[in-house]
Design a protein around this ligand. Structure first.
Ligand code: AMP
Length: 507
């Protein structure tokens, strides 16, 4: 089934319902949007593209983003939404690897793409430009039939190391992820708004289809970006708003002094990176019982485990803190197991790699057989994440093995130390790494954003974790290095630390 059918049907059956919002207002109804998409799809077909051909999108968040993606699907093509903040050379790599024949780019970003465009790219269309507007003059065409196994979205992994790989998300994968979302995260009603505050190429865009499926409204802030004041005014204008936000974004909202009409928030879905218990508590204090967590990855979009709003808010539960530190329980539509190196399931409490199988798992990596076979061996997605189940079925992620610190032969999980440091009111952010050490193998080093005195942090650690886990050094910094999706780059921290702790010649 082609995902575009949801929009096509809404255009016919619910033409007057709002479909797209910009800032505080409704921009288009389902009738308008479906009509525009059918015309844009006709223009795309007129470019001589064959079903399955890739069309890239390098764009900032905007209502056009939704229309362009749907037109691509309507025309039977596959979308390649690339992160607009990437460097031109990185975008060039994605365009070349995906073999995209056309690229839609926001005004301004076309200049970034053009110098790096590979030969395979036939056309660069500027969204909102004259050529783009003319495309809507075409005659509407019918949705091109696609099977569930056909490619819909090539999702390039953010790749904190190495080249990004294109996870092949089929129509079936995205339909299953959308159904799982409405069934288990946020039950949607027609007219419910989704605010796109995170990039539509990634975290936020994947939620778009569930809203079209249920005749909700995809709303984009006028700035196309993320500013707490603007987000709060969006909540004011759009009651029952839900929004996906990376933990760093939630933190910025919590810390904003602006007034937030929390009663208008339906759900803030956080995920994509670890949320510390202390930060989750503060978010609950600020926004009330309106937070849910998901754990997923490009290879199984939005759908591996979920910690529901009720579970996040259930302060009275005896294991509430542990649950808040977990990523919840598996979605009903997937099997999740924690396995050893030979893919044998491990008992409750034991730590191993997280494997996942089900309808939401990608079909493989685009044009990368070796990586596909490795990631999907034995029919399970090997997430590369490490974790353990508790007796109640809640999964807790541990630090990735490359982040684990081994000091004096003992394993130290950075997150455990970070959780303690964040309890200090003078710590805004903390990230813990291992520094190579002749005597201990590695010693713990904490990078801290804030003004807490090191002695107080040391005392705090001594009061709650084993002596050997406490940092031997505190490095106070203005900000932590993060990638475009808000993930802390520990590789970079290790490099910074290496430069700091290696004595310079003659210095
Ligand atoms: P991406 O494919 O770029 O969305 O990144 C997916 C990765 O982000 C996962 O493999 C996890 O390492 C991490 N991640 C996703 N959701 C969570 C979460 N709720 N808590 C902690 N880490 C997460």
């Amino acid at each position: 089934m082609n995902l575009a059918l949801w929009l096509d049907r809404a255009g016919r059956g619910d033409p007057n319902r709002p479909a797209l919002g910009l800032g505080p207002r409704v921009l288009r109804s389902y009738g308008d949007m479906a009509g525009r998409v059918a015309r844009l799809a006709c223009a795309l077909r007129g470019f001589g593209l064959d079903p399955g051909d890739r069309v890239a999108v390098v764009a900032k968040n905007s209502p056009d983003y939704v229309e362009v993606l749907y037109a691509i699907w309507h025309a039977g093509l596959a979308a390649v939404p690339a992160n607009a903040k990437l460097h031109g050379a990185e975008l060039g790599y994605i365009l070349e690897q995906s073999g995209a024949r056309i690229c839609f780019a926001s005004d301004g970003l076309d200049g970034e793409v053009a110098p790096h465009a590979p030969k395979s790219l036939e056309r660069l269309v500027v969204i909102g430009g004259t050529e783009y507007e003319k495309l809507f003059a075409s005659e509407p065409v019918a949705v091109v039939p696609r099977s569930g196994d056909d490619l819909a979205w090539l999702f390039y992994t953010s790749g904190t190391t190495g080249r990004p790989k294109g996870a092949m998300l089929t129509h079936k994968v995205l339909a299953a992820a959308s159904a799982a979302y409405t069934a288990e995260v946020d039950t949607l009603l027609p007219g419910d708004p989704l605010l796109h505050a995170a990039p539509m190429s990634h975290g936020s865009g994947l939620y778009m289809m569930a809203y079209v499926m249920r005749c909700g409204v995809n709303v984009v802030p006028e700035s196309g970006g993320f500013e707490p004041d603007e987000i709060f005014s969006q909540f004011r204008a759009w009651p029952r708003t839900s929004m996906f936000a990376a933990p760093t974004m939630v933190k910025r909202l919590v810390e904003s002094a602006a007034e937030c009409p929390s009663e208008n928030i339906r759900t803030i879905i956080y995920g994509g990176a670890p949320m510390y218990v202390e930060d989750a508590r503060k978010a609950l204090d600020r926004f009330g019982p309106r937070l849910a967590q998901i754990y997923g990855q490009g290879e199984s979009p939005m759908t591996i485990t979920v910690l529901t709003k009720d579970e996040v808010a259930c302060r009275g539960h005896p294991r509430w803190t542990e649950r808040l530190a977990s990523v919840g329980r598996p979605f009903r539509c997937v099997e999740v197991m924690v396995a050893n190196g030979s893919d044998t399931p491990l008992p409750v409490g034991q730590t191993g790699e997280i494997l996942c199988r089900g309808e939401t798992v990608m079909a493989g990596y685009w044009r990368n057989r070796e990586a596909s076979e490795a990631a999907l061996r034995g029919g399970y997605l090997h997430t590369g994440d490490v974790g353990a189940f508790d007796a109640d079925g809640y999964l807790t992620l541990k630090d990735r093995s490359k982040d684990l610190i081994i000091s004096g032969g003992s394993n130290i999980y950075p997150r455990e130390v970070e959780e303690v440091l964040l309890k200090h009111a003078g710590v805004r952010e903390a990230s813990v790494i291992g520094r190579p050490d002749r005597e201990w193998g590695e010693v713990v080093v904490a990078f801290v954003v804030g003004d807490a005195p090191a002695a107080e942090l040391d005392a705090l650690c001594l009061s709650s974790i084993a002596r050997f886990k406490r940092p031997k050094d505190y490095v106070f910094v203005e900000a932590l290095p993060k990638n475009n999706y808000g993930k802390i780059l520990k590789t970079e921290l290790r490099a910074v630390d290496g430069r700091r702790s290696t004595p310079r010649n003659g210095g």
